[in-house]
Write a protein that binds this ligand. Structure first.
Ligand SMILES: [Zn+2]
Length: 189
């Protein structure tokens, strides 16, 4: 069950109200899940500080603007294609964990400049490159939306931006399309 949901058991007398809130198929005595942000009385709970998608994911920047796309072919990349998705931003923009995870890299990554990589709960890896500032340490647990550092122009770049990868393993070369991945987890990009 998602952390943001609570399980309710409907008493028989609650059925008319349940019907009014749209649970037309509810059965007396059956349990079901309601989002925490709504209550049986229809009152909204306090809004969270970070808007997290239903699957517990956020974009790597608060205001994500897509730059150079994943997969674009070019001789400037060692693999022959762009292994991440670039996000347009100025130096100093906070970058954040896209989901819960554990930091597995935090330091100089050569052409990547200052980089942070986190292992996500689903076993995938998220990598953030060209940072001006690293704010986490290897082994540290992070939650979706938590700041990892700040964007920059370190490493092999022509200007400040965030280079963001999703990988199936911890190392270079196991990249998958990060935009497809984030959208599949409910992130609007
Ligand atoms: Zn890039």
């Amino acid at each position: 069950m998602p952390a943001q949901a609570r399980r309710f058991v409907l008493p028989r007398f609650a059925l008319p109200r349940a019907a009014r809130v749209g649970i037309a198929t509810a059965v007396a005595g059956a349990s079901f899940v309601l989002p925490l942000v709504t209550t049986m009385s229809g009152q909204a709970a306090a809004a969270p500080a970070v808007r997290v998608a239903t699957a517990g994911y956020v974009a790597p920047l608060a205001k994500p603007v897509l730059g150079e796309a994943y997969g674009v072919a070019g001789s400037m990349w060692a693999s022959g294609h762009h292994t991440g998705q670039d996000f347009v931003c100025s130096t100093g923009t906070p970058v954040r964990a896209v989901a819960n995870g554990v930091v597995v890299q935090a330091g100089n990554g050569g052409a990547y400049g200052n980089q942070v990589e986190i292992k996500l709960a689903d076993g995938k890896y998220a990598q953030y490159a060209h940072l001006s500032l690293i704010g986490v340490k290897v082994g540290q647990s992070v939650t979706a939306g938590q700041q990892l550092g700040r964007s920059g122009a370190t490493g092999n770049v022509t200007g400040p931006h965030l280079h963001f990868e999703i990988r199936t393993g911890p190392n270079y070369g196991s990249d998958i399309n990060p935009v497809t991945y984030l959208r599949a987890h409910g992130v609007a990009l």
